[in-house]
Design a protein around this ligand. Sequence first.
Ligand code: ZN
Ligand code: ZN
Length: 311
Amino acid sequence: MAVCSKCGGNGVYERRYSGEVLCANCFKASIVEKTRRTISRYGMVKFGERLGVAVSGGKDSLSLLKVLDGLNQDSRFQLVALTVDEGVRGYREESIAHASDLTRQLNIEHVVVSYEGLFGFSLDKALDWKDEREISSCSICGVFRRRAIDEAALKAKVNVVATAHNLDDYAQTFLMNLLHGDVERIGWLDPAYVDESFPVRRVKPFMEIYEEEVALYAYLSGIPFQSVSCPYMHEGLRGEVRDYLNEMEVKHPGMKNVLLKSSLSVVSRLSPAETGHHSVPCITCGKPSSGGTCNVCKMKEVVRQHVKYGE
Ligand SMILES: [Zn+2]
Ligand SMILES: [Zn+2]
């Protein structure tokens, strides 16, 4: 490969959408700088705030923790790692160990909560009814994980939670909402919107970085890749949308960046700040919902019908 466009060192990566060739150090520095710009563009973190980082222990979230720690050498904010143990035997132990290793190495406070402790059942138990299940395992788990992160955030007393969603995740979610006809949800993707009824803000500092670049950052930084994947993984439509976007990017480098820009433009017009579709308290648990009973309470009821407690 050609030499690094920035320092003349050994090139390891060609950024096709910009035409740059980068060496390992300049590439890693570019990821840190891109993240810093995203945080500053959307005012994601304010001086002196406690910033929770949702760390599953996968390569994306470990990379996010490392990048944020690198950006925080002047202690502008306080970092806390938040981990949710969904309770998947033979799978979660490894990633939770990776999360503990990195937080210890970086000397970052680490708060772990579990589905078992919060909801009374592990994911293994919640999914232990295979017949006639119409909801995918990832939809069931996703609803509980979001709430669990909120609970971990309250426990850790953080002001804001950063998740490792990257540009690909963002663009996929945007397209999936379009394909599902879920226009209201598109507005929720507004990075500048703060829902006052949620106790903590949510931010995505990697939302302007390609998935493959996060993966390369992890690899070049020696971040461990988990050897097994979640046994319940069911990607469905998201997997198809991911493949489609990757094919388009190969044929037309930079197309994902363009899609992000278009999405942001649409999102800002559909933002609850514009439409007034704010969340309202769930009639059962009082947490924010789009109306009536929240998804967590609905899903708990579905699980309760199938899980026999105390067995
Ligand atoms: Zn270089
Ligand atoms: Zn509820």
